[in-house]
Design a protein around this ligand. Sequence first.
Ligand SMILES: [Zn+2]
Ligand SMILES: [Zn+2]
Length: 244
Amino acid sequence: MVVARRARALRDEVGYHDLLADLRKPGCPACHGGHRAAWRYLDALLWEFVNDPEVRARLRASLGFCREHALMLLAVASNRSAGSGVGILYEDLLRHVREELISASRSRTRSASRRGRRSSERPVRGRCPACESANFVATNYARILATAPEDSPPIEGIRRPMRGICLPHLELGLRHARTEAQAARLVELYLRGEEELRTDLTEFVRKQDYRFQSEGLTDAQASSWMRAVYRLVGEPLPRKPPER
Ligand SMILES: [Zn+2]
Ligand SMILES: [Zn+2]
């Protein structure tokens, strides 16, 4: 009875079904889910909100997007042939940065002449709104993985070959873990995936030697050198719209 109730509560968690879908493909599910959320946010922005005053103000506060999501914005716009939306937004942002720099420069000159002290020279950058969309999804995934029972579908999914949490999403999950046990579970999931990956890497490197080349590489070994990089920095940005 309690088990059935826990299983039902788990299925009702925000993001549960998306997490299971993202576990069907290799890599970090939090990256897949986060990329999809950021892509949709940017797509909706270009489609509907380029001229929305509140959105413009929010984007000025963050000076647009972080590097990763600014590059994703270019991919979204290319897919939609929506370069004009990006142009409108970034003309506004360039002008805002210019005004901030000139104003900071004026106040620096004034304070230097008064007290010989330097004030801020660069505009202050708020949080990237696309990161917030991505982190919302990734945090939900991390919470489900941190609390799901051992024999539940999310844990079975993350333990399949070529799955695992990347280091940035482990760190995000640890910041939101509510108990020591949840934090320990996330670290254990990261380490288990990393151990499997290192075994693939070791075999990949060994088989580069001409004496062992005839043994051939498995798919997991052949992709291990790229997956090792993704494990430490997160999965690469998608170039195409999400399938779901
Ligand atoms: Zn990740
Ligand atoms: Zn971002």
